[in-house]
Design a protein around this ligand. Structure first.
Ligand code: TRP
Ligand code: SF4
Length: 401
């Protein structure tokens, strides 16, 4: 009965996705797409904030990441896929929000100083880089989503998004007689829905039931009898005072398993220790055969400790319980060697990578299909984003023509 709740997430197109990206984010997207109304986009503007000097790969990387998603199982018939720079509303909302964003908020986001430290070779003392989290806020708020699936590293960005939304609603959503107007709007819902709205509001306000907030939002979303202003009042009335033009989203923290890279450090492009999602199977097998193991296990006869072995982290992701038991016992007793131990893992990873290559190839060979998916997604995204932007401009006094 209720409209499915919206979820939004993006990735920067910085090169081929690897197994770390798959287990850290993509796998989760693929699950969410069947449960929520998902919007997934290529954050090409965000790639420019750090990679502005050499943009020669930007276009190829954008198409590649889309194909990586499709190859991994993102399903364009249920999820909406688009490219940020093809939906100009992102840039416009970013500009409008910049008017109300205190500089200190941006300077305090941890990734600002961290990244400047880490990417010393690049000059990141730019206006665009400082604005990275605000652009992300615009990305998010345009779609008025319920949830933002992100890893730990992005939580601060969702947090600032919530602060920006709150500030926006506070500045542009204030009105005299708010309560009276909200009460009148509740009555306009009709007896049945009004009662449901009141129940859900109480459940959220008195018992903090987040799902009631979600259900109430969905109830309002799907109601065509409400005027826009009343809808915003009722959204605001759920949470506090004032109209809610931009609802606050919530981070949906992805349980991220540890994906170890070939050298034992976290799998990451910047360490050069990755296995690509669609890498050549022979190359994948070769990489795994030389992958770091428990450093204490120097000889075949030395017992090992899986907990100290990066290969074990991959077994946890790919192997059955039975295989894992065999590894654990064999390793600790020196009953099996590392080559032997890696064998079933290699088979499983190669099987997965091969399947993704296969699916990826079908899209590689049919670029018109990929363009069509993105064109359709951009169109759908623009319809949603355009509506929000209209509301924002109206609230900011820019509704005139
Ligand atoms: N900053 C995100 C990352 O590096 C990418 C991103 C941009 C994003 N805009 C977003 C993620 C909006 C979620 C929602 O991973
Ligand atoms: Fe790692 Fe397996 Fe070797 Fe043990 S036997 S050290 S788990 S690769």
């Amino acid at each position: 009965m209720t409209t499915p709740r919206r979820v939004l997430s993006g990735m920067r197109p910085t090169g081929a996705l690897h197994l770390g990206n798959y287990h850290g984010a993509l796998r989760n997207w693929i699950e969410l797409q069947y449960e929520y109304d998902c919007y997934f986009f290529v954050a090409d503007y965000h790639a420019l904030t750090t990679g502005y000097e050499d943009t020669s790969d930007l276009e190829a990387n954008s198409w590649r990441i889309v194909i990586d998603w499709l190859a991994a199982g993102v399903n364009p018939s249920v999820a909406t896929l688009f490219i940020q720079s093809k939906v100009p509303e992102h840039a416009e909302l970013h500009l409008l929000l910049s008017m109300i964003t205190p500089l200190g908020w941006l300077e305090r986001v941890p990734s600002y100083k961290d990244q400047q430290e880490q990417l010393k070779e690049k000059d990141l003392a730019t206006y665009g880089f400082l604005g990275y989290p605000l652009l992300q806020s615009a990305d998010i708020l345009l779609y008025r989503p319920m949830y933002i699936p992100v890893g730990e590293d992005q939580v601060a960005h969702v947090e600032i998004t919530r602060e920006i939304a709150r500030r926006f609603n506070f500045i542009y959503g204030r009105e005299a007689d708010f309560e009276a107007k909200a009460e009148r709007a509740v009555k306009n819902l009709g007896a049945k829905k009004a009662a449901l709205y009141r129940d859900l509001r109480r459940a959220y306000q008195e018992r903090g039931e987040e799902h009631s907030l979600g259900e109430a939002r969905a109830l309002l979303e799907g109601n065509s009898r409400l005027t826009l202003a009343d809808k915003e009042r009722l959204l605001g009335y759920l949470e506090g005072t004032g109209r809610t033009i931009l609802p606050e989203p919530e981070a949906l923290l992805t349980a991220t398993p540890k994906v170890s890279g070939l050298d034992g450090r976290k799998m990451s492009k910047s360490y050069g220790n990755t296995i690509g999602l669609r890498e050549d199977p022979d190359a994948v097998a070769a990489k795994l055969r030389t992958m770091q193991t428990d450093p204490a296990r120097m000889r075949r006869t030395d017992p090992g400790d899986p907990e100290k072995c990066p290969v074990w982290d991959l077994h946890k992701l790919y192997s059955t319980e039975e295989t894992r038991r065999w590894v654990d016992e064999g390793c600790r007793s020196a009953g099996i060697g590392c080559i032997e131990c890696k064998k079933p893992l290699i088979d499983r990873v190669v099987e997965d990578v091969t399947a993704m290559r296969q699916r990826g190839r079908e899209f590689e060979e049919n670029p018109d299909l990929v363009r069509g998916i993105i064109a359709e997604g951009c169109e759908k995204a623009r319809a949603v984003a355009g509506q929000t932007l209209d509301d924002v401009k109206q609230a900011m006094g820019l509704g005139y023509r």
